[in-house]
Design a protein around this ligand. Structure first.
Ligand code: B1M
Length: 210
């Protein structure tokens, strides 16, 4: 089994010290951090997502795998972030109110940081009011919203509406993503863009500030 497969397997089993040990080993052997993320951590989480969808596993197993994934991300994160650069632009990012899913959002934040953006992560369960307050406070060029639940998607529309009502809409580009989000939905709520994954979120953000 390759080192990346072993990392994926450790995530699937939810063994977080083992995930960390395998990542350290892979890094020592010269495996690139981005490969560890894509072909180790995300690959493992994808298996979990598929099993959850088929009702083969339940929330506790998913939570344990997510903990292993996060433990791994914490190791790799500093390695993909370029620290001594002038930021390309400032981004605020958060998961919508009522939504506690943060793995994808963290990946997007990490990839943006890696590409030289200054990222302010507002966390999970972020209300439209909190997004708008953060735009006022931090004056970002980009506001990025993540939703994993269909029930929390409407809060994205609510945030865009509140930005408009607050007179701040023209000051910030709004981008959205997350498993249930589509390009059509982004258009419908008046966002400036949608990206299906963390890599393309970077391209989208760059295109909006260039
Ligand atoms: Co939840 N969950 N979950 N869950 N969970 C889903 C989302 C679900 C699709 C599973 C299913 O039923 N098939 C389903 C939602 C159904 C729906 O809304 N239609 C669901 C459900 C129902 C629930 C609960 C209600 C379960 C329950 O309690 N009965 C509950 C809700 C809690 C809440 O939020 N209030 C719940 C809880 C949880 C856990 C806590 C156990 C855990 C989250 C742990 C955590 O995040 N810290 C969890 C997980 C892990 C999942 C699945 C299995 C995996 C999500 C994930 O991390 N994927 C998920 C099934 C699935 O998505 N297929 C599921 C890996 C991650 C890398 O991908 O998050 O999609 P993703 O992010 C991608 C892209 O979407 C994109 O880039 C990322 C990286 O490439 N992206 C963006 C994401 N945000 C972006 C923002 C951008 C751009 C791109 O901005 C511009």
């Amino acid at each position: 089994m390759s080192q990346l497969q072993s990392i994926a397997e450790a995530v699937i089993r939810g063994e977080f010290p083992e995930t960390q040990r395998l990542i350290d080993e892979a890094l020592e052997n010269g495996v690139k951090p981005v490969e560890i993320i894509n072909n180790g951590l995300i690959a493992g989480m994808q298996v979990i997502a598929d099993r959850f969808k088929r009702n083969e596993i339940y929330v506790p197993e998913v939570s344990i795998a997510a903990r292993a994934m996060n433990a791994g991300l914490n190791i790799v994160k500093p390695l993909v972030s370029e620290t001594n650069m002038k930021p390309v632009a400032k981004v605020i990012i958060g998961t919508m109110k009522g939504d506690l899913h943060d793995i994808g959002k963290k990946l997007v934040a990490m990839m943006l940081e890696g590409a030289g953006f200054a990222v302010i992560d507002l966390g999970i369960d972020v209300s439209p009011e909190k997004f708008v307050d953060a735009v006022r406070e931090y004056r970002p060029q980009i506001m990025a919203m993540s939703a994993l639940l269909t029930t929390t998607m409407p809060a994205m529309a609510g945030s865009v509406k509140l930005l408009e009502e607050s007179g701040l809409r023209s000051q910030v580009k709004v981008i959205v993503g997350g498993a249930p989000i589509t390009d059509a939905y982004a258009g419908k709520i008046g966002a400036d863009g949608y990206s299906p994954d963390a890599g393309s979120a970077v391209d989208l953000a760059k295109s909006l500030v260039s």
